[in-house]
Design a protein around this ligand. Structure first.
Ligand code: GLC
Length: 682
């Protein structure tokens, strides 16, 4: 059952697709403070807070892409989409806001969705362990309680919630293949080298991502004619080799006379404005930019249609970035900082002034003051950005999603396009997936990625994954291998890294051994790239399972990744196991995420069959009984646990997804396990 209450005058965010009449609409503080919402929440309108008492045995799941574990109890999470590359435990928000959570004691459960697009805090037993508090900036919200349709399990609640918010985005089938990315492929030849070296190493590959360097001076919907001459031909050349190019699109439009996107945006009033009506100026990669007002229907349509520039050149997928939006600085703020810096000149900086001085420059990016200084034209009203901040990435991606619909319509096809975004809010899951942003090459971030998956899936983001092997900081071979052993299960499987970090395309780990970067020339074998190849091939062999389970989850409003707690209700060991995941209906994974470990403890929640893969065609298997086990997993071994009696569909891996598909098969038939070449069951 879904119940709704409305408090004051909420903004219609567009996240919900089903009209639900509110059972109460509170318009005065007194009314609200006197009520017990959903028989559970007490309101304190002066403190702009709703709170409820958490029982000792209650766990809280959800809140999408956040730091820390799957059970969110014990920390404070803030809905405040932030461009922050340090995903440490002390943080409160990352790039996304998904304000949906479930409270369960293992017997009964209830879900809550707080549809509010501004800055919102969830104190989940942080201040007081037995209390969950929701602290608003303005008390204007639609709040939903979801208790399941006939069945009251967390999974049933998720299904009902997703019926409320609409079907998840479904990418094209090639987007389930492996993608290689790096910020730093500066020319066509850099990209060709990636394709050549993967081909030489025999590693399957479906896509190569183009980061900001393909653009002419970081201008959206341009290509650099010197470094990427003949972009259309290049796209076709790569496609012929079975590889799709996936360019990045950034939120900011460079301010440059004569640049059509800029000129049109100015002429038509499509950019976000300051209070005085001037276009708001911020700086991102291209230097000074304006932000398209994606919340304005006309501007959104205009920006969306710009993707055609690349679609018409054969591009079939994109990633939307910097759409929190990230702000390096604003003109106004920069000016203020320079003025203030003057005051410190010649001063002896003491304990107070030194830190003030340091913060002046240190807080110049993504500053809350800037988010309060521009406006949107949303539903015909002028709304200050901070009030709708968390919708910006959603609406940028919606711009693309709606444009793809028009493009499909014009071309008379039903072709799917790849789209995923960094920033998001519930509702965006109908238009694209997400990746988890700028993580680091840290062991703890393999675990973080695993723990982020169920929260994202709950709120509809099924097409998701992390930057495999880590984006920031230097990776190592063992870390990259362990991370890959996890990422082969994520629908979005991409190796991506930051310019300036150690290169982590899998073939680099072999070069070291060939002596290219290693004067000692101690190792000459190719075992290492072979191991990576075998793990990536295992992903391809598992595609019939991964794809059909993904499609089932998308069509049934279900989850592809689930915490064990959702599957084994009432099992307290399952409830506290947060480093294993259910994948689809029949599989459990328990990736190794610790340095120098040759195995790990696994909680097996029911008698299962364990497959230990060294390659898709080289594995051993054993029966494991319900209980705790230490399970061996050498550096190149991937563990898969299957429910008993289940036969795993499995296909011979090809060089890319297309090569594994029989003529005449469709994306729909493949999801029903029809049309894969050499399908077997193991
Ligand atoms: C942002 C993105 C990252 C990308 C970089 C350069 O940090 O999150 O993936 O490589 O920008 O475009």
């Amino acid at each position: 059952m879904i119940r709704k209450i409305t408090i004051n005058n909420p903004i219609d965010t567009g996240s919900v697709v089903k009209e639900i009449e509110p059972e109460r609409h509170f318009t005065t503080d007194k009314e609200l403070d006197d009520a017990t919402l959903f028989e559970r929440f007490a309101a304190d309108s002066a403190a702009k807070t709703l709170s409820l008492v958490l029982k000792d045995d209650e766990q809280v799941y959800g809140l999408g892409e956040t730091v820390r574990g799957m059970n969110k109890r014990g920390w404070t999470y803030t809905a405040n989409n932030s461009d922050d590359p340090d995903h440490t435990e002390g943080k409160h928000s990352l790039y996304a806001s998904q304000n949906f959570f479930i409270i369960t004691d293992g017997k009964k459960a209830a879900g809550y969705y707080v549809d509010y697009p501004g800055y919102l805090t969830f104190d989940v037993g942080y201040t007081i362990h037995e209390e969950l508090r929701i602290i608003f900036t303005d008390l204007d919200a639609d709040i939903y309680e979801i208790t399941g349709d006939g069945e009251n399990s967390p999974r049933a609640i998720v299904r009902e919630f997703r019926g409320l918010t609409g079907q998840s985005y479904i990418p094209p089938i090639w987007a389930f293949g492996f993608g290689q990315s790096r910020w730093g492929y500066r020319t066509e030849d850099d990209v060709r080298e990636v394709a050549d070296r993967y081909e030489k190493a025999g590693v399957p590959l479906d896509s190569i991502y183009l980061d900001i360097d393909y653009m002419e001076r970081y201008k959206d919907f341009t290509t650099d004619d010197e470094k990427f001459p003949g972009f259309r031909d290049f796209t076709a050349e790569m496609k012929k080799r079975g590889i799709r190019l996936v360019p990045i699109i950034d939120a900011g439009v460079k301010i440059e006379k004569g640049y059509d996107v800029y000129e049109e945006g100015v002429k038509n009033g499509y950019f976000c404005r300051k209070e005085n009506g001037e276009n708001f100026t911020a700086a991102v990669w291209p230097g000074r930019v304006h932000f398209p007002d994606f919340l304005n229907d006309d501007a959104r349509r205009w920006f969306g249609d710009k993707y055609r520039f690349l679609l018409d050149q054969g591009i079939e997928g994109f990633w939307n970035d910097m759409n929190e939006p990230a702000i390096f600085y604003s003109d106004e703020h920069l000016k203020e900082v320079f003025e203030k810096i003057e005051d410190y000149k010649g001063k002896n900086l003491d304990i107070n002034t030194f830190f003030e001085f340091k913060d002046l420059v240190g807080t110049i990016d993504n500053n809350p003051v800037d988010y309060r200084s521009f406006y949107h034209n949303f539903h015909g009203k002028n709304i200050r950005h901070d009030k709708v901040h968390n919708l910006f990435g959603f609406y940028m991606t919606r711009a693309a999603g709606e444009a793809f619909d028009r493009y499909r319509h014009d071309k008379g096809t039903d072709k799917r396009y790849l789209m995923f975004s960094r920033s998001s809010y519930i509702g965006m899951h109908r238009y694209g997936g997400v990746w988890t942003g700028d993580n680091k090459s840290w062991w703890s971030h393999i675990l973080l990625a695993m723990q982020q998956m169920p929260g994202l899936n709950m709120s509809g983001f099924l097409y998701t994954g992390s930057d495999t092997a880590g984006f920031g900081d230097d990776t190592t071979e063992d870390l990259a291998m362990r991370w890959t052993e996890f990422s082969i299960f994520t629908p979005l499987f991409r190796n991506h890294s930051c310019d300036g970090t150690r290169k982590q395309e899998y073939y680099y780990f072999d070069d070291v051994r060939e002596g290219k970067d290693n004067p000692v020339k101690a190792h000459t074998d190719t075992r290492h790239i072979d191991d990576f190849r075998k793990i990536v091939e295992l992903r391809y062999a598992l595609l019939p399972y991964i794809y059909s389970e993904f499609m089932k989850a998308a069509k049934n409003y279900d989850m592809y990744f689930r915490p064990l707690a959702f599957e084994y209700a009432g099992d307290t060991r399952a409830a506290e196991t947060e480093d294993q995941l259910m994948v689809g209906d029949y599989m459990m994974i328990a990736p190794v995420y610790k340095q120098n470990a040759n195995g790990r403890y696994v909680y097996v929640p029911e008698d299962m069959r364990l497959l230990r893969f060294r390659a898709f065609d080289d594995y051993d298997e054993e029966e494991v009984a319900k209980g705790d086990h230490y399970v061996k997993a050498g550096i190149n071994e991937t563990l898969i646990f299957l429910k008993k009696g289940y036969k795993l569909p499995f296909a011979a891996p090809g060089k890319n997804v297309d090569s594994m598909i029989e003529d005449g098969a469709t994306e729909d038939s493949l999801s029903e396990l029809k049309g894969w070449k050499n399908l077997q069951y193991i």
